[in-house]
Design a protein around this ligand. Structure first.
Ligand code: ADP
Length: 471
């Protein structure tokens, strides 16, 4: 499955994106409103200025032309920094602007202007808004009144607004994302706790329950639903356990009875050869079935119950020596020599459960004996490294095919039995693996077909040092 970012990260990213989109929309809307209002206000100002100029011209209609020009001059200087001028309708200047002697202002042409209009031009390095209005004075002359206002201040205001929006954007974005992340972590914290609790619950501790956050929301319902499911699972597993115990009890009885009957019948005088062979087979098969039953029960218990083992320092070398001695008797019958090499270091202790370790060793030795031809040799050794104690069982048997190696620890897996002609259930190594796991050890195998196999169990030894130090 493709790894994806956590929900908090995705929520934070979405939060940031939505905030950014919102901020851009808000900024654009505000800019448009501001620009519209400023422009409206500028148009109105220019229009009012010409209204006042018109009033002035009506008022002074009877004055001399020099007096009227002076009044216009004063008016233009007092309003709009002198940016006003009066043209005749043919486009010639009647009254020049008070600044005309200083600046050559590029007034746009006004010839035959029919109605008022506004124009935007660039002058003196600045944007200007111009108003032009046709006007008939009291003597009947057709004139055009013009005025200009710089738009620099307005543009500057808009630029500052944009600048402010852009400067604030990253600060607000980071703050909102940090806030979003914090909020989502807070909201999803219970999910992490539920996940950790679900992970820690297995078939051996089904009676445990998840913490239920009393939030009254989906998380509370999720935890409660999981707990309900755990209750149902616990009941189902209890029933299965009971069924397995009952079935084993029921099966054990008939097996023992048939074995005993066959043994008794075998001891009767006058049993013919064919019956003897049949009774021997019944006894053998019952014994195999009893072992299989025990192994299945052992694994069923391993799955459903805590081991109950108390791991304590054990003398692993002594356990191995005893196991090898017992197996040597069986080996001798097949002409197989079992040799144990305890290693040169002082006896390595490990934390373990002695009966289980004996069982583990026995499974490995039993397999080594089963799959080694007569007159072969089995070599058992113990080695201490800085962190581990390594138990090795090395045989000169038939070996394991490379394609079988990854599967031999699976339940009921048996590599092609026709190769070995050996009886077995395919459960031994599964039990060995389970025992290794309960000891926090790792079991592995190296093998070459036709040459032999080496099983290694690596027990951690570091914790022993701690125990001794504490003691
Ligand atoms: P089994 O009862 O069949 O021995 P195990 O779980 O102990 O069941 O082993 C699984 C399979 O692994 C065996 O069937 C066998 O093919 C292979 N195996 C285990 N130990 C050895 C060994 N020492 N040499 C060769 N093959 C082995």
């Amino acid at each position: 499955m493709k790894p994806s970012a956590s929900i908090s990260t995705r929520l934070t990213a979405w939060f940031g994106l939505i905030f950014l989109a919102g901020w851009i929309l808000f900024g654009a809307a505000m800019w448009l409103i501001l620009e519209h209002n400023l422009s409206k206000e500028r148009h109105l100002t220019l229009s009012r200025r010409l209204d006042r100029l018109q009033e002035l011209m009506h008022r002074n209609a009877r004055g001399t032309s020099a007096e009227r020009f002076d009044d216009f001059h004063d008016f233009a200087t007092a309003t709009g920094s002198g940016h006003a001028e009066v043209f005749r309708s043919d486009g010639s200047v009647l009254w020049p602007s008070p600044i005309a002697s200083v600046v050559d202002f590029p007034w746009p042409p006004v010839i035959h202007l029919a109605s008022e209009r506004f124009l935007s031009i660039q002058a003196e390095g600045q944007p200007y808004l111009i108003i032009q209005r046709p006007f008939r004075d009291d003597s009947g002359g057709d004139l055009v009144l013009v005025a200009a206002a710089s738009e620099f201040a307005n543009r500057e205001l808009l630029t500052q607004f944009l600048h402010g929006m852009f400067t604030l954007a990253p600060v607000l974005l980071l703050t909102s994302m940090a806030g979003g992340y914090w909020m989502s972590r807070r909201a999803l914290g219970p999910v992490d706790r539920i996940t950790a609790a679900v992970r820690s619950i297995g078939i051996r501790n089904l009676s445990e329950r998840l913490p239920v956050p009393r939030s009254g929301d989906e998380l509370e319902r999720l935890a409660e639903t999981c707990n309900d499911m755990l209750v149902r699972l616990e009941v189902a597993v209890l029933k299965l356990k009971q069924f397995t115990a009952d079935a084993s009890h029921e099966l054990r009885g008939p097996l023992t009875v048939s074995r005993t009957i066959a043994e008794v019948a075998l001891r009767q005088p006058g049993v013919d050869a064919i019956s003897r062979e049949a009774f021997c087979e019944i006894i053998e098969e019952s014994a195999t079935a009893a072992i299989l039953l025990e192994q299945m029960l052992e694994l069923a218990r391993a799955d459903s119950e805590p081991t109950g083992f108390i791991l304590e320092p054990v003398d692993i070398a002594a356990i191995i020596a005893d196991g090898c001695a017992a197996a040597s008797t069986l080996g001798a019958r097949k002409g197989i020599e079992i040799r144990f090499e305890p290693g040169t270091q002082s006896t390595p202790d490990i934390l373990g459960h002695a009966p289980s370790l004996r069982r583990l060793l026995w499974i490995l030795l039993d397999n080594a004996l089963k799959y080694t031809r007569s007159s072969g040799r089995i070599h058992v050794s113990l080695e201490s490294t800085a962190t581990h104690t390594l138990l090795r069982v090395e045989d000169q048997g038939i070996g394991i095919a490379p394609e079988d190696i990854p599967r031999i620890f699976d339940r009921f897996y048996r590599a092609d039995p026709s190769r070995s002609q050996v009886e077995g259930s395919g459960l031994g190594l599964s039990i060995a693996k389970w025992i290794a796991e309960t000891h926090h050890a790792e079991i592995r195998v190296a093998s070459r077909e036709g040459e032999g196999s080496t099983f290694t169990v690596a027990f951690p030894t570091a914790n022993i040092a701690l125990i001794h130090a504490a003691g």
